[in-house]
Design a binder for this molecule. Structure first.
Ligand code: DX5
Ligand code: ZN
Length: 228
């Protein structure tokens, strides 16, 4: 059995947007390869954050993998602008569109990785038809819209279901989790099949981010040993 890997995708939502390029540098310096970009439109979720121009400008500053999380209604109307901005992964919500398959095709036909996200109240069955097409399944572990919320433990059942289906059907998606992820729950999530973990508050509140990342990876290592 191959040893699983975990990557952390720090969310700049928990950073100071006035110094966003510094936040990207902090992420790279900590040893992470991904940055999570939370796009909120004030409709799908109440808050408004930033759009494709902000991402396009940041992309010039960084080699990180731009993990773009669209919390917007009708993503099909905006996906092109995020492709143009240089997003490496575009994840949209199953609840936000009647055109899930079209959105995935738009993203993948442009050579960008496609992710589908589900809210805590949405079942895996809602995305069943596209599990063979997506590169990422993002399981929201809080209700979307705000950073700093508490992890909802009931979501673990869906993660296990997605892991099982991936094994049974030979699907290739990466399971990503987002919301309330920290040192206390990462081992359980990793063991359930997660290999990409968004961390906003837990990452940016640390002064020594590199040690924080090392500590997370040590927790995961223990998990590998205990499984062998
Ligand atoms: C919530 C966003 C998350 C958020 C996570 O709607 O999608 O990406 O930044 O923040 P934490 O890690 O603080 O829960
Ligand atoms: Zn997010």
């Amino acid at each position: 059995m191959s040893v699983k890997q975990l990557s952390i995708s720090p969310s700049i939502l928990a950073s100071d947007f006035a110094h966003a390029s510094d936040a990207l540098k902090q992420i790279s310096d900590s040893g992470c390869d991904y940055v999570h970009l939370d796009v909120m439109d004030g409709h799908f979720v109440p808050q408004i954050t930033f759009g494709s121009k902000f991402i396009k400008d940041l992309k010039k500053e960084s080699d990180l993998v731009f993990d773009t999380h669209l919390m917007i209604d009708k993503p099909e109307e905006k996906i092109e602008s995020f492709i143009d901005a240089g997003a490496d992964i575009i994840t949209f919500h199953a609840e936000a569109t009647n055109h899930i398959e079209r959105c995935i095709s738009m993203i993948k036909n442009s050579g960008v990785s496609a992710g589908i996200a589900i809210n805590p109240g949405t079942s895996v069955s809602a995305i069943e038809a596209v599990l063979d097409e997506v590169d990422y399944v993002l399981v929201m572990t809080v209700n979307p819209g705000w950073g700093g919320q508490k992890f909802i433990p009931q979501t673990i059942k869906k993660i296990k279901e997605l892991d099982l289906r991936r094994n049974d059907e030979g699907y290739n998606y990466i399971i990503e989790v987002d919301g309330g992820i920290n040192k206390d729950n990462i081992k359980m999530l990793y063991d359930a099949g997660v290999s990409l973990a968004v961390m906003g508050t837990s990452f940016f509140r640390e002064d020594d981010k590199e040690s924080f990342v090392d500590e997370i990876l040590e927790i995961i290592d223990e998990s590998n040993y205990s499984n062998s």
